[in-house]
Write a protein that binds this ligand. Structure first.
Ligand SMILES: Cc1cc2nc3c(=O)[nH]c(=O)nc-3n(C[C@H](O)[C@H](O)[C@H](O)COP(=O)(O)O)c2cc1C
Length: 475
């Protein structure tokens, strides 16, 4: 059986209520599903939330698929014993191994594709049957926000994919917001130059590794459908679109097909953003929907954009790129982790085996090349970058504030950052001030000896052998 959303849902369901919960009543599409996730977060809980009924729709909804960074271990199929032993770096190692390759897609006939069990075209198209949510109070409307969009580069014929949000505009129209720097925008601009409409297919619901593949950054001619196969560990099964000349994932839950006139602009937002603030009204494209295809018992995949889940979706591909950038200048890099537990993915920790003075600053500068990363903290190799307390301890005890803090103004950044400024510094713009914090010990100078438990006792001691009560697993 091909891997799909259902396989992942079964895996998390089998792991118990810290991994998967279901709601017990019809849920209001306005705000309620998001508040549930924030309530769970307040208790440090991040299970997948399955809502069998959203008022006004017959289609169930699932959200918080990757509420916690550690869910990637489940999605990647890393067994729990290995994960416990190796720790979170196992996620990065497995992702990097798969990400460095691609796998050609496997084409199957429409008649065998689960996503073609129901086909609606023309006047039958009605987006209002979907359980679309209004996520935050000041949002302009209801959104599809973790579907990924497939389009084709008109020059090379190669397919591109990316997660772009789509606001419900009418029963057969959606907004389509693509950040100008993303490849989707480069392709859209080419269609505009050629005076041709751009065909797109919006895919809602698939295995998390497939969705993640659409967020991989690489050259414009990288076929993300082939990256998806590699991340999934098997070829992505595709079939032909009904009304567009595009391959669509055969094992998806729902596919929305249509065209975009790339010379016509409408507006998107305001919209609650991943930085934890509302984003402004901004230009976006209009998608005219020509078909909806789905499984008979389709599940709609949603995400609360302003919940930390957004960040856990984003960090792995940024870590992969950042790691390569640091490695190119400091080959002794051990690990890099972007803290996923806050909104905004702004703070990265990089551990290096420091051999030469100056390496820490260089590593920190290289990590800042990722336009999302605003603060890079460089630590010695024994500091676990996945342990925020350890990283902060290193900052608190190893940073010399007058020599180890390097401030770099005027660097390109997402305009959504509330501190972003323009060249006059009077108005909002696309630049921020970034900082490198060197939290490494000096080379060749004496430094205090860190206290660590004796290695043999640490490794041999099992808590159950020493304690009268059995402790329950930490959440
Ligand atoms: C949950 C989530 C929501 C996102 N929303 C958008 C969006 O609305 N517009 C956008 O351009 N990028 C968005 N992104 C980022 C892009 O999907 C990502 O940068 C992707 O690699 C872009 O692909 P492309 O360069 O091939 O166009 C989102 C990412 C995630 C994980």
């Amino acid at each position: 059986m091909a891997k799909d959303l259902r396989e992942y849902l079964k895996a998390v369901r089998d792991m118990g209520p810290e991994f998967y919960v279901e709601t017990n009543r019809p849920m209001d599409p306005r705000l309620e599903v998001c508040v549930i996730q924030h309530k769970l977060q307040a208790q440090n809980r991040f299970p997948v939330v399955f809502c069998p009924e959203i008022k006004g729709s017959k289609i169930p909804l699932v959200t918080n698929l990757i509420g916690d960074y550690n869910r990637w271990a489940v999605a990647l199929g890393i067994d729990q014993a290995t994960f416990k032993k190796v720790g979170e770096i196992a996620i990065f190692q497995e992702y990097s191994k798969r990400r460095s390759q691609t796998r050609p897609v496997q084409e199957i006939p429409s008649s065998e594709a689960p996503v073609k069990e129901v086909v609606m075209r023309g006047d039958d198209v009605d987006l209002t049957i979907l359980p679309l949510l209004h996520h935050a109070e000041l949002d302009s409307g209801k959104y599809v926000n973790i579907g990924f969009t497939v389009c084709r580069d008109p020059d090379t014929g190669i397919c591109n994919a990316g997660v772009y949000r789509h606001e419900l505009k009418s029963r057969n129209e959606l907004g389509c917001f693509i950040i100008p720097a993303n490849h989707g925008s480069y392709i859209a601009r080419r269609y505009a130059e050629m005076g041709k409409p751009m065909e797109i297919a919006l895919v809602c619901g698939h295995h998390p590794m497939v969705v993640l593949g659409s967020c991989a950054s690489g050259p414009l001619n990288m076929n993300e459908l082939e990256v998806m196969g590699s991340l999934l560990g098997e070829p992505l099964r595709v079939t032909r679109g009904e009304t567009v000349d595009l391959p669509v994932p055969a094992d998806a839950e729902i596919v929305i097909e249509g065209t975009v006139d790339t010379r016509q602009w409408i507006t998107d937002g305001p919209y609650a953003e991943y930085q934890g603030y509302y984003g402004d009204v901004t230009p976006c494209y209009l998608m005219k929907v020509s078909a909806i295809t789905m499984r008979k018992d389709a599940i709609f995949h949603d995400l609360d954009n302003a919940h930390r889940e957004h960040i856990t979706w984003s960090v792995l591909s940024h870590e992969y790129r950042g790691f390569q950038a640091v490695k190119a200048v400091v080959p002794t890099i051990k690990a890099m982790h972007i803290f996923p537990h806050t909104l905004g993915f702004k703070i990265a920790a990089v551990s290096i085996r420091k051999r030469v003075p100056g390496e820490a600053r260089l590593a920190g500068l290289a990590a800042l090349q990722d336009f999302q990363v605003k603060v890079s903290v460089v630590v010695d190799e024994e500091i676990d970058v996945y342990n925020e307390a350890q990283v902060l301890w290193a900052v608190g005890t190893r940073t010399l504030a007058d020599r180890g803090v390097h401030i770099i103004p005027d660097l390109l950044a997402p305009g959504l950052d509330p501190t972003a400024y323009d060249e006059s510094r009077q108005k909002k713009g696309t630049m921020v001030t970034k900082v490198v914090i060197d939290a490494t010990r000096p080379i060749g100078l004496p430094f205090a000896i860190p206290i660590t438990p004796p290695k043999d006792l640490w490794e041999s001691m099992e808590l159950e052998d020493y304690l009268k009560v059995k402790l329950t697993a930490a959440v």
